[in-house]
Every structure is written in structure tokens, then in C-alpha cells.
Write a protein that binds this ligand. Structure first.
Ligand code: PGA
Length: 228
């Protein structure tokens, strides 16, 4: 399985030093992807073959004057191997499906594996939104190395989670849409995963979890990785 820690705009230098130490010692066969804020990335010295660095975003541009943006090439230089793209918190501030498609393409150009977040905004919204989000995200992709994260927006940071059946239905829509576009993708689940619900969510067909809040609690996160 793949376990992604999305630290968002949290933590400080001391916290990330601890994260580095703790994950260098982690004994697990599963893949762990740590996504700290950009400014802390260069301080990481990961020495664990199953633990990788990921970014929380990446620019869809290269060689363009673009104040404040971070390019895929810069991330590649820092040994970053994954990139979360299209998180709902970025979609909320104006990121469109077409911008996400450019970011997916640019990430792949520089050897980063995109982890594209998709999900309906509220419980009433049809899962058809996933078809649009997935097919546009893949429209400029040239390599078969995209991971999706099904993240119902209403479940992010709220403590509410979908049922296993609902997660499985969404994952089927994502996989079928990707397959029609020519891509065989893995799909993670994200949204309020915690120590008390992860075993239930593991019953779904998700290939792993993308975790926000619980990634700040290192002991809980590691228990989830180990399936305890
Ligand atoms: P959460 O966040 O685990 O705190 O709900 C998940 C996410 O935003 O990716």
C-alpha cells in the first residue's frame, strides 16, 4: 500500500527534523510519501528505501516568469519523487482541471509521480464529477505512472467518512475512466483517516491513504502504516 502524509501548512523546523529521524527508522514494506511544505524539503535526508519525499503542489509551467511558483525541475533536484496535484484546498483558490492537467504533464517530464486528488464537493453531488476530473487530469499525460486520491471534499478534516461501498463505487469510476483514457492507475483514499477508522477503510479497494490531520501525530500515522 501507499501511505501519503500531507502536512499542509503545519509544523516547523524541529518537527520535520523529528519526522526525518522517525521515518529513517521505520520498518515497513509499504511505501510512505512525506509531503512537507516546500521550505523544509531540502533539510530532509531520507535513508529508508521505502520512504520518499513528495511535494504538496508543483507548477504546470517551465521557463516562465512566475513569482512564487516551484517548478518540477527544482523538485527533481531535491530528490522529490511524488507530487500531490489538485488538492481540493488548491482547487478552492482557483486551480482548474486544465491547470491540473499541465501540472501532471510537467511533473512527469521531470520524473515525479503525480498523486492527483479528485472528489465530489458535497454528499449530494453525483460521482460523475470524477469522470470529468480524471479525464481532464490525464489529457496531457504521456506516462502511465499517475496515482489518484479519491478525496470527497466533505470528508476532509471533518471526521466524516464515506462507507466502504461508497469508496469502492468512487474508485471504480476513477479506474474505469482512467482505463478508457489508456491508463492503469492506483487509487488512494483520503479524508479524515484516523486511528479509529483506518481498519474499516482498509476493507475498501483503496491502494493506500492520503492523510492530513493524522500525519501530524507521528505515532498514530505509523500505527496506520503498520495496520495496527
Ligand atoms: P484529513 O486531510 O486527513 O485531515 O481529512 C486529508 C487531505 O486533506 O488530504
Amino acid at each position: 500500500m501507499i501511505f501519503v502524509a500531507n502536512y499542509k501548512m503545519n509544523g516547523d523546523k524541529k518537527f520535520y527534523q523529528k519526522v526525518n529521524r522517525v521515518f529513517n527508522k521505520l520498518e515497513s514494506e509499504d511505501t510512505v510519501v512525506l509531503c512537507p511544505p516546500f521550505v523544509y524539503m531540502s533539510s530532509f535526508k531520507l535513508r529508508n528505501e521505502n520512504v520518499f519525499l513528495g511535494s504538496q503542489d508543483v507548477s504546470g509551467e517551465i521557463n516562465k516568469t512566475s513569482t512564487g511558483q516551484i517548478s518540477a525541475k527544482m523538485l527533481q533536484e531535491l530528490n522529490v519523487t511524488y507530487s500531490i496535484i489538485g488538492h481540493s484546498e488548491r482547487r478552492e483558490i482557483g486551480e482548474t482541471d486544465f491547470m491540473i492537467a499541465s501540472k501532471v504533464h510537467m511533473a512527469q517530464e521531470f520524473g515525479l509521480v503525480p498523486i492527483v486528488c479528485v472528489g465530489e464537493r458535497n454528499r449530494a453531488e453525483s460521482l460523475d464529477i470524477l469522470i470529468k476530473q480524471v479525464s481532464i487530469a490525464l489529457s496531457k499525460s504521456q506516462k502511465n505512472n499517475v496515482i489518484f486520491a479519491y478525496e470527497p471534499v466533505w470528508a476532509i478534516g471533518t471526521g466524516e467518512i464515506p462507507t466502504v461501498d461508497q469508496i469502492n463505487s468512487a474508485i471504480s469510476v476513477i479506474k474505469e475512466t482512467a482505463l478508457k483514457c489508456g491508463f492503469d492507475v492506483q487509487v488512494l483514499y483520503g479524508g479524515s483517516v484516523n486511528l479509529s477508522n483506518h481498519n474499516e477503510i482498509r476493507k475498501s479497494s483503496a491502494d493506500g491513504f492520503l492523510m492530513g490531520g493524522v500525519s501530524l501525530k507521528l505515532d498514530d500515522f505509523i500505527k496506520i502504516v503498520k495496520g495496527e
